[in-house]
Design a protein around this ligand. Structure first.
Ligand code: NAP
Ligand code: MG
Length: 401
């Protein structure tokens, strides 16, 4: 059989623990037999990050900047216990944080929807993608407890030394006070990432804040979005037959619940934190959530939303069988290959990405699934299988389609 050719390298970032095992299995069983894989490989496994003083993470992020598309395996973000376990030189920063800082991107999380596993919200037929602004607001705040009788003020000093001062509150009793910020540049990057991603997947974009209450802060978000939309994206949206739509966060929540899905919901940092967990849980399982980092200049990094599944890995090391769900990692690969195919005009690679996804969903819909899905699935005939057994079943289907 002739393998499918690639023209531009895909940036491949290997990772840790159980997902590293799945990564190798996916390549061996689902990709290499069909595609003449052209990847530039970066080993982001913790051992190699430590060996390279984390240089490898920075190199990988720069490679995504150069080539435009990357696919990443889940990685350990070290804590004190990991420093001990891996005898690390330092408590290296989260690779996702490092990559996001270099690409200046926004993370889009979308569930993989499969027959037999119905969302808790019965009207939802298509995935809902959450885009979370990942900078500022309460995540970069300053806050204090305040004693009775205190006066809290907001003071801003401009570059010429001029002060602006507003009273926040005169406290008769004790209380709390908080200061937070965002920047026009970060909000604009967020907006462009959202508009690019909506065009890339051909879905409507919703954006919601609380600008009726926060008439300056949240209103700034609303203004920046609409200004960029009108100036840079309106025509492209019309051509693609999709819509940009702004509404209040509480109205958005009500509409989301009544909707059939199939759109992107952009949220401020805190709203996105909360709503993404709600959406993920309502769609079924963290193991079925995919994640794409999109930069404002249109670079893409695909991955699974879950971690390295440490508990399963320790079982694997003891030689015990595992049943770890590889769906989100498979969809990270199919998403990255499809994007590469679109950018390079490779129709057979695009068709293969579709085939890989169809075979994965078809396997689950035929009743073969990992144990985490068995309890969620309403199929009458279903069978929980091991991590590699699932990949073998998908491989067989790819060959049959
Ligand atoms: P996790 O790896 O997502 O796993 C938490 C639990 O969720 C698992 O023990 C398992 O439950 C279930 N689960 C998650 N993914 C699954 C899958 N694919 N198939 C079946 N079950 C799955 O989160 P964690 O244990 O909190 O974190 C482990 C490591 O991952 C940490 O070192 C963390 O730093 C890292 N992490 C990395 C990323 C990333 O690279 N994007 C994201 C999050 C966490 P049961 O054990 O009950 O089966
Ligand atoms: Mg959260």
């Amino acid at each position: 059989m002739n393998k499918i050719k690639m023209t531009t390298p895909l940036v491949e970032m290997d990772g840790d623990e159980m997902t590293r095992i799945l990564w190798a299995g996916i390549k061996e069983k689902l990709l290499l037999p069909f595609v003449d894989l052209n990847t530039e490989y970066y080993d982001l496994g913790l051992t190699n990050r430590d060996r390279t003083d984390d240089r490898v993470t920075i190199d990988a992020a720069n490679a995504i900047k150069k080539y435009g598309v990357g696919v990443k395996c889940a990685t350990i973000t070290p804590n004190a216990q990991r420093v001990e376990e891996y005898k690390l030189k330092e408590m290296w920063k989260s690779p996702n944080g490092t990559i996001r800082a270099i690409l200046d991107g926004t993370v889009f999380r979308a569930p993989v929807v499969v027959k037999g596993i119905s969302p808790s919200v019965s009207t939802w037929k298509k995935p809902i993608t959450i885009a979370r602004h990942a900078y500022g607001d309460i995540y970069k705040n300053t806050e204090m407890r305040v004693d009775a009788g205190s006066k809290a003020e907001l003071v801003v000093t401009d570059p010429n030394g001029n002060e602006r001062r507003q009273t926040i509150h005169d406290f008769t009793g004790g209380g709390v006070v908080m200061g937070m910020h965002n920047t026009d540049a970060s909000i604009a990057s967020f907006a462009r990432s959202c508009f690019n991603y909506a065009l890339s997947v051909g879905q409507d974009l919703w954006f919601s804040t609380k600008d009726t209450i926060s008439k300056t802060y949240d209103h700034r978000f609303k203004d920046i979005f609409v200004e960029i939309f009108e100036a840079e994206y309106k025509t492209a949206f019309e051509k693609a037959g999709i819509e940009y739509f702004y509404t209040l966060i509480d109205d958005a929540v009500a509409r989301v619940i009544r909707s059939q899905g199939g759109f992107i919901w952009a949220c401020k940092n805190y709203d996105g934190d909360v709503m993404s967990d709600m959406i993920a849980t309502a769609f079924g399982s963290l193991a079925m959530m995919t994640s794409v980092l999109v930069s404002p200049d249109g670079k893409y990094e695909y991955e699974a939303a879950h971690g390295t599944v440490t508990r399963h890995y320790y079982r694997h090391l003891k030689g015990e069988p595992t049943s770890t769900n590889s769906v989100a990692t498979i969809f990270a690969w199919s998403g990255a290959l499809r994007k590469r195919a679109e950018l390079d005009g490779l129709n057979d690679l695009k068709a293969f990405s579709d085939r890989l996804e169809q075979a994965t969903l078809g396997t689950i819909e035929s009743g073969i699934m990992t144990n985490d899905l068995v309890s969620l699935s309403s199929l009458p005939q279903k069978r929980g299988v091991g991590s590699m057994e699932f990949l073998d079943a998908v491989a067989q289907r790819i060959a049959e389609i």
